[in-house]
Design a binder for this molecule. Structure first.
Ligand code: ADP
Ligand code: MG
Length: 408
């Protein structure tokens, strides 16, 4: 357990929300918080559509958190807890004993799934009341779902006095999302929210689940997230199709995952591959190489190369993987046109694609101008208002209860 620096920007951000959630617990349930926990959202700097191919991703936690303030329930129905979400504006009951099944209120399933995972490990969870409060946008591609799950797991650790290893905690949360929320996600989101640290990126091997924290310590570089505020609904099952194209290519190459193939191997199998599967595989294999190279360049403080790798990642997602869209391309083009002279190091789409966010690396003093230019030119080009903000690699899940030992 590393020691928590309460003066760090991410702790300050989480503590502001913690104060508000304590107040709301008082107002809504008339009780004082005994436990307060926080878990962040995340953004992936590079490594897109590599996770289900057994490859690498390079995410970081952002300084936006889901905070839960909770207290023991005095007159409990012994088998339930009451939770209020300020974002949804609704209260719900969570079961603390079997049978714990998926219900029909979708947001509650994220919480119930984590409670179920903890109870099934033999933890006894006494009745409690809780307020969930968050500034991670819901459904905005910054993983509010993992923030909610990891915050819930951290709360249950605090309540029951038990603790999980960070890997087990992330895997328990992933399972909750699979089985209770019905979302077949990879491991990146929950790993990021559970184990990221301030001033570090998480180089995560999605096959072995091994990870390394890569320093990102230059105070002169900031991470800017721009939400295109579009989400193109595709009816053709694009995600499932990409996955099966990757499996097809791996099959022809005779490897379990595309992670195991090189670009040279792919090139020599070109004649045996369907042309679409070929370009999909070219994205995946080159993106895994770029992710490892970006971590290496970060360690060397070579920002220029990191930026070039980000632009190359975007081009590959746009042209070979075909998961970008006009709005994301425009955001990246605006960033590129501002360029190194204007303080922009690199930019790319982040997340599954067809809308959502871009992530850019920008020199600190250029950030205000970058945000206003990106907003102005994007609005002019699309008539859509983007949401743009600067952040930095932040601390993962924390126990902020009074007298808590430190980082969860
Ligand atoms: P993302 O993880 O990118 O934000 P998802 O669709 O995976 O998007 O998860 C969003 C869902 O998670 C919400 O629709 C809601 O059901 C649940 N959720 C996340 N944060 C909260 C919260 N603070 N309160 C209630 N539900 C939440
Ligand atoms: Mg999610």
């Amino acid at each position: 357990m590393s020691q928590l620096d309460h003066r760090s920007p991410s702790c300050i951000a989480a503590n502001v929300l913690a104060g508000q959630s304590r107040e709301m617990l008082q107002r809504h349930f008339n009780c004082s918080a005994r436990w307060v926990v926080a878990a962040p959202g995340r953004v992936n700097l590079i490594g897109e559509h590599t996770d289900y191919n057994g490859g690498f991703v390079l995410p970081m936690a952002i300084d936006r958190y889901t905070v839960i303030a909770a207290a023991p329930a005095e007159f409990p129905p012994a088998d339930s807890a009451e939770v209020f979400s300020t974002e949804v504006g609704a209260c719900s009951r969570i079961r603390l004993n079997e049978p714990m099944e998926r219900g029909n209120v979708s947001w509650v399933n994220y919480v119930q799934g984590v409670v179920a995972g903890c109870v099934r490990q033999g933890w006894s969870v006494p009745p409690f009341r809780a307020v969930i409060h968050s500034n991670v946008p819901l459904g905005g591609g910054l993983s509010s779902s993992a923030a909610l799950e990891v915050a819930t797991a951290t709360l249950l650790e605090a309540i029951s006095g038990k603790s999980l290893s960070l890997v087990d905690k992330a895997l328990l949360c992933q399972k909750a999302e699979h089985t209770f929320a019905g979302v077949p996600c990879g491991i990146m989101d929950q790993f990021s929210s559970a184990m990221c640290e301030a001033h570090r990126l998480l180089l995560l091997d999605c096959r072995s689940q091994e990870f390394e924290l890569v320093p990102f310590t230059d105070p002169d570089v900031q991470v800017v997230i721009a939400n295109s505020n579009v989400k193109h609904e595709l009816t053709g099952g694009e995600y499932a199709r990409r996955r099966s194209e990757c499996e097809q290519a791996a099959g022809v190459l005779g490897v379990p995952f595309l992670r195991d193939a090189s670009l040279a191997q792919l090139e020599s199998a070109r004649d045996r591959l369907d042309p679409v599967a070929f370009v999909r595989a070219r994205h995946v294999i080159s993106e895994i190489d770029r992710t490892v190279a970006a971590a290496q360049s970060l360690r060397a403080g070579d920002w220029k190369t990191v930026g070039e790798l980000m632009y190359a990642s975007h081009a590959s997602l746009r042209d070979d993987y075909e998961v970008s869209c006009a709005e994301l391309d425009l955001l990246v083009e605006i960033a590129r046109s501002i360029g190194l002279d204007g303080g922009v190091i690199g930019s790319r789409m982040t997340g599954g694609g067809f809308g959502g966010c871009t992530v850019s690396l920008v020199r600190a003093q250029a950030v205000p101008h970058f945000i206003s230019e990106l907003t102005r030119q994007y609005r002019q080009g699309t008539s859509i208002e983007p949401t743009v903000f600067a952040t930095q690699p932040s601390q993962g899940a924390m126990n902020l209860s009074d007298h808590a030992p430190g980082v969860a």
